[in-house]
Each structure stands twice: as C-alpha cells, then as structure tokens.
Design a protein around this ligand. Structure first.
Ligand code: ZN
Length: 201
C-alpha cells in the first residue's frame, strides 16, 4: 500500500521525497488500516458474551454515540452522532457494547444508509428484540469540503425495525428522547421513564 500512496503523492504533484512527506505513506497506510479495521472484526467477539437475559421490556436507549466513517464514493470522512434504541424481548446487550457495534460497521467504506441498517440488523439478529431503532446524523466532508450541497451536508438516516416501525407512539417516544439537532423538537429534559440503563460487564 505504501508504494501506492507514494505514487498518489506524485500524481497529486507532490515530491514524496521531501522531508514532511517521507513517512506519509507509512502513516497513511496505518491510518487507513485502522479506519477500515471493521472488516476484520468479529461481531461475536466484540459482544464477547455481553448478552444478558433479563425481565425488562422498556426501551433501552444509547444516544450521542460519536462515530467516524469513510464514504465509499470519495474515501473522505463522514462523522457525527448515532442514537440506538431497542425494546428487549428477553435479552439485552451490555450498554458499552453498543458503541463497539457502531465502531465495527463505521470502520469500513460506507454509505450512511447502509451503515445505519447494518447496526440495526445486527442488534435484531443477536437479541431478537421487540424493536430496534437507529438514527445517524452526520457531516460528510465530501460535500462540505467541496462546497457542494452545503445545506444538505448534514445528513440524517434512520432504520426502524419491529415496534419502532409498526408503532408510531414508540417511534415518536424514541425521536423525542434523542431530540435530533435537525428536528423541531424543543429543548428540555431528556430523562423519562423510557430512558433505561442496564448493567454492563
Ligand atoms: Zn462521498
């Protein structure tokens, strides 16, 4: 990969031999390997037994999870906040594992819509909850840095599964609790009976 990066620098009109760029191919490779390390990750290892049987059927929400991904069209970052909710049927996922799941799918070449769906799908597959909802709000550098569609460079995607898709009240409760930056929901207290914390490893 480092030879390719060196060649890329040449193509860009740079001199890969100048001091500041000498180690750039090595650094870029290291960065790219990390930013795409989600391909190698084994989701079962990530969850590592952190699935617990509980008698709990309220909405579990983990909001404002920071994520960083790479857009597959431009290999430029898109990043923002991810909000995840589910209603358990009999299993919950350790709360700290939810951001790990987001990382696994973010650290790949992505489009935001697929990333959102993959997070929802893996939670559905692993704990068969009554419902799952994932909302992602992201800034795409391929849009904002290039100055195209500036007003749309902040993208919101959602995946609603089960109760969140079928039950408007459940969906609205979730959307109220996460209070999208782009939404019209007013400011205020986010605490409510639906906001739950479940023990973790
Ligand atoms: Zn892009």
């Amino acid at each position: 990969m480092q030879e390719l990066i060196e060649q890329l620098l040449v193509e860009l009109g740079e001199d890969p031999g100048r001091e500041g760029l000498l180690n750039t191919p090595k650094r870029v490779e290291k960065a790219l390997r990390f930013l795409t390390s989600g391909y190698e990750a084994d989701i079962d290892k990530v969850l590592n037994g952190a699935l617990f049987t509980v008698d709990y059927s309220e909405m579990v929400i983990v909001k404002d999870i920071d994520f960083y991904s790479l857009c597959e069209h431009h290999l430029l970052p898109f990043f923002g906040k991810c909000h995840v909710a589910y209603i358990p049927s009999d299993k919950v996922i350790g709360l700290s594992k939810i951001p790990r799941i987001v990382d696994v799918f973010s650290r790949r070449l992505q489009v935001q819509e697929r990333l959102t769906n993959q997070i929802a799908d893996v939670i559905r597959d692993k704990i068969a909850p009554v419902g799952v909802a994932v909302v992602m709000e992201a800034t795409h550098l391929c849009m904002s840095m290039r100055g195209v569609e500036k007003q749309n460079s902040f993208a919101v995607t959602s995946a609603m599964v089960g109760a969140f898709r079928d039950n408007a009240r459940t969906r609205i409760e979730f959307l109220e609790l996460i209070k999208l930056r782009t939404g019209s929901a007013g400011s205020g207290d986010t605490a409510s009976a639906g906001l739950a914390y479940v023990g973790d490893d």
